[in-house]
Design a binder for this molecule. Structure first.
Ligand code: ADP
Length: 507
């Protein structure tokens, strides 16, 4: 996987890139050397582009003004910018507080869930929007917002087509926990979805010459009466106000802000996080100060398969492709394809509160991400079960018995004592692998309350004029448990939607 160095200073549009968490952090740390990448070299925090005008706006303290200011360059923010632009809004700007674009979307590993898609139809997979909605609501134990879930599912196939039209083809379809049919759409080669989506969306942003202010942190929303009319930003140590007819919060989650995590979930003190360093929950604070309601903020999802020394998320597709979880005694203990909350809870009950995500060569070969984990030194291995058992310090006979029993379920149709029915693929003889995993903070499922127009709502359900939100910063879609692959659907469907809604509102 190609890594790019972050070699920008101030606020600079960055070229599409591929990165690991390590390069993300290294990139951010490397801000200092000057270089302009891509077609739009932007000096300081004031982009000039063909589309941008500086007409001034009521409530803005200074002259720099836009139709739409979008805060955050993850999947939601970039989708919003592209969709708004394509619906005629050219005076749009994206703000990114980090020196790297893409946010946590860079790490999206499973894929994008979607139903009734052309790719499912081509592959003979029978699915329906209603089934997708039902399984999303069931996965969240019926605590999700039914209307938003329905909207997401009904628009998921359209979002897959839209991405395809941008050159982001997600036609390799698999399962994640909590779904009964294959609807998790991945890039053709089965690689992690974020590393295709982020460069693809960035290329579309560049193509449209939509300005991106890098290293530009939104600090506060500016209001004029009830309406949001701008954003106070800080860049290069200086603060200024950008005027806006509409502001879209696409700031992602809070997983990299341990104080905020503990504020909402004291029991998660000390957990590692899978989130990038910019996921500090700024959007929640800004939205709340502007009068928006936050819902279900205690619903912070922990992910069951996080390698703890590097905080690397081991993609759910690895289990979906056949891997099992065994404890330190070499025994399986739960349905690996159950929902994330249940698998995490079961894992925490095991000795040492961890598990070995264990798989064979077939799984290794079918999941591109595994070679990356291996390169990072996260994968233990052996030429057979006994060698792997020695490498991970479990009893070889027990591990062999565990694999034999699992193979009997997969090949003979025997009932699985843990109830697994999905992704059951027998282990072949030969190379065996294992990655040590435990739960880690992964996703804030609560957030800004929105409606189907992505309008930010106050506690009485009234839209706050000029304020919209999309992506992880919003709450209510996933309820108290998000299905793997639904975040990418959420950010794409609602990101595209908010861009279109704002363009229509300002037309
Ligand atoms: P989503 O999946 O909802 O698109 P991501 O985590 O992928 O969310 O992206 C959110 C982006 O917003 C990240 O790149 C993050 O660094 C950026 N961000 C967060 N807070 C701010 C802020 N105050 N100002 C500018 N950018 C921000």
């Amino acid at each position: 996987m190609a890594e790019r160095e972050n070699d920008t200073i101030g606020s600079t549009l960055q070229a599409p890139h591929r990165l690991t968490r390590r390069s993300f952090i290294a990139g951010v740390g490397a801000m200092g050397a000057l270089s302009v990448l891509g077609g739009l070299g932007l000096a300081g925090c004031s982009p000039q582009s063909e589309g941008a005008s500086n007409g001034g706006s009521e409530g803005a303290a200074e002259g720099e003004s836009y139709d739409v200011v979008i805060i955050g360059t993850g999947g939601a923010g970039m989708s919003a910018a592209i969709a708004a632009y394509d619906k005629g809004l050219t005076n749009v700007v994206l703000l990114e507080k980090m020196g790297v674009n893409g946010g946590n979307t860079n790490y999206s590993s499973s894929g994008m869930n979607a139903s009734e898609t052309k790719f499912q139809k081509e592959q003979g997979i029978e699915d329906s929007n209603d089934l997708f909605a039902k399984e999303t609501l069931d996965g969240g134990h019926n605590t999700g917002d039914e209307q938003l879930v329905k909207f997401m599912c009904d628009n998921s196939a359209g979002a897959i087509d839209w991405l395809d039209s941008l050159g982001i083809k997600l036609d390799n379809i698999t399962l994640t926990g909590g779904m009964s049919v294959k609807r998790c759409h991945r890039p053709t080669d089965g690689s992690a979805v974020g590393l295709t989506m982020v460069p693809g969306l960035l290329a579309a942003v560049e193509e449209r010459k939509i300005p991106v202010m890098m290293n530009c942190e939104a600090k506060e929303l500016i209001k004029d009466g009830d309406a949001v009319t701008g954003v106070k930003v800080k860049a290069d140590g200086k603060e200024k106000v950008l005027g806006a007819k509409a502001v879209i919060l696409a700031t992602g989650g809070l997983g990299a802000n341990p104080d905020m995590v503990v504020q909402y979930r004291p029991d998660l003190k000390g957990y590692v996080t899978t989130n990038q360093p910019g996921a500090t929950g700024d959007g929640y604070t800004m939205a709340e100060s502007a009068g928006a309601e936050l819902v279900q903020m205690d619903q912070i999802q922990i992910h069951p398969t996080v390698e703890q020394s590097s905080s690397t998320l081991i993609a759910e597709g690895v289990r979906g492709g056949g891997a099992i979880l065994v404890n330190s005694e070499g025994k399986r203990f739960f349905d690996e394809m159950s929902t994330r909350d249940k698998v995490s809870a079961a894992e925490l009950e095991q000795p040492g509160s961890f598990a070995w995500c264990t798989f064979d060569q077939q799984v290794y070969d079918a999941n591109k991400a595994i070679a990356k984990y291996d390169k990072a030194g996260l994968v233990q291995k052996g030429a057979n079960v006994a060698e792997l058992a020695a490498a991970i310090d479990v009893d070889p006979a027990t591990l062999q018995a565990t694999i034999d029993a699992y193979n009997a379920v997969t090949t003979d149709g025997a009932a699985d004592e843990f109830g697994r029915t999905e992704g059951c693929i027998a282990f072949a003889d030969g190379n065996m692998y294992a990655i040590k995993v435990a739960p880690g903070i992964h996703h804030e499922m609560g957030g800004v309350k929105i409606n189907e127009k992505n309008e930010a709502l106050d506690a009485s359900g009234n839209a706050i004029p000029g304020l919209y939100a999309a992506g992880e910063v919003t709450g209510g879609i996933h309820g108290n448990n998000r299905i793997g692959g639904n975040a990418v659907c959420d950010i794409t469907v609602f990101g595209k939607n908010v861009g279109e809604v704002v363009a229509a509102a300002l037309a």
